[in-house]
Design a protein around this ligand. Sequence first.
Ligand SMILES: Cc1cc2nc3c(=O)[nH]c(=O)nc-3n(C[C@H](O)[C@H](O)[C@H](O)COP(=O)(O)OP(=O)(O)OC[C@H]3O[C@@H](n4cnc5c(N)ncnc54)[C@H](O)[C@@H]3O)c2cc1C
Length: 400
Amino acid sequence: MDNNITCVKKSCFGCGLCFNKCPYEAIKLNEDIEGFLYPEVLSNKCKECGVCISICPAINKTEIDEENYKKKCYMGLSKDNQIYMNSASGGFATILSKYIIESENGIVYGCNLDEIGKVRHIRVNKLEDLNKLQDSKYVQSQIFDIFNSLKEDLKHNKVLFIGTPCQVDAIKKSLNKNEINNLYTIDLICHGVPSPGFFRKYIQFLSSKYREKIKKYRFRNKVNFDKCGFISRIDTENRKRMVFTDDDIYYRDFLEGKNYRLSCYECKYKNEIRVGDFTIGDVASWENYYDFYPEKTSSLIIINNSKAYTLFNRMKNNILYREISFEKEKKLNIALSQKNRIPEEREKIYEKYNELEFYENEVLKEVKFKLKIKNILKRIIPFKIRIRVKKLIRKMKKNE
Ligand SMILES: Cc1cc2nc3c(=O)[nH]c(=O)nc-3n(C[C@H](O)[C@H](O)[C@H](O)COP(=O)(O)OP(=O)(O)OC[C@H]3O[C@@H](n4cnc5c(N)ncnc54)[C@H](O)[C@@H]3O)c2cc1C
């Protein structure tokens, strides 16, 4: 085996820790043809010292606290309605971030999507900037340029890092044990991430399609016709568009698992043993808990260790919450425990994206008439009414 990182390209998740730690600046990060970041070893500079291999989270075992802790699992909602409305689900990530900044004088690192479609982690230490992190961005976020500042912050402050499990692992691998004492982590339940390079290209494509600059793209939106708000909102200078995922080719391919990074199909973190102190996501087992705001989208909150439980107890007054069964959730929330099978379409999908206009026409032609009607009906009948009808049917069945 070579004593540098080149040999592991296929399983690499592109965190860039090797690039950051190489003592000889012998690693470059390049976007590959699909727009994902991969390391390249510069043979003229590499001394084969092996540092890149020793820290790589893809190669090395993930260290989990060995503490014997029985997970706690909740569904939760922000009490602050504005936070709830701007968040992906119940807003737990934002409420915890707010608590860390406000009450612990801490710093938060999370994912931001800017106007040109660039998705990267940023440092936030002011409450008014927390909205930059809200919402799920279904794109791989860049983290290679935050390792040093996060390490520096930990010398004087508590830090909260929120990201996908592979990112949390990379962050923890960049630190020593003492530094980790001051760090809190949230790992997201994640079924996979599409290419950041392609997403930027997609935003340009939308700009030329609408003949206007895209001001904002949001993946999750609180609307009265869809409980989880899986609908994109695309704002240009003069219009705000709500686009069903069937009509948004990027989003549609994401939900169907066709355009993930190759390493996502082999993800070692899709496991109930979690790398973060907290794990969050969307509650999949919500139909078991009609007593808890069924018309709202709750965050799933899993407490993985006593460090997280202590923090949760300090901040829980800021949320509405209810304990739920981890076992029931695990059965329904597929990305919590099962790997995605690599679909056949994955092989050619990024080639198809080279001809975006043609590809979009092809895909949209296929959107079935039945689906279109379903979407129209969805828009007409508010979700709250459908929930009430469901609730009533359940009650009637119970009384039979
Ligand atoms: C790529 C991806 C796939 C997901 N897949 C699932 C799934 O299969 N099942 C499930 O239950 N939940 C999934 N989630 C989680 C879910 O979409 C919500 O992010 C989660 O419920 C948190 O909601 P919230 O209201 O607490 O977050 P908000 O208060 O809206 O805050 C969002 C937080 O997520 C972080 N974040 C957003 N996008 C990214 C990103 N691309 N990379 C790293 N961090 C990011 C931000 O830093 C922010 O802190 C996924 C999230 C992502 C980003």
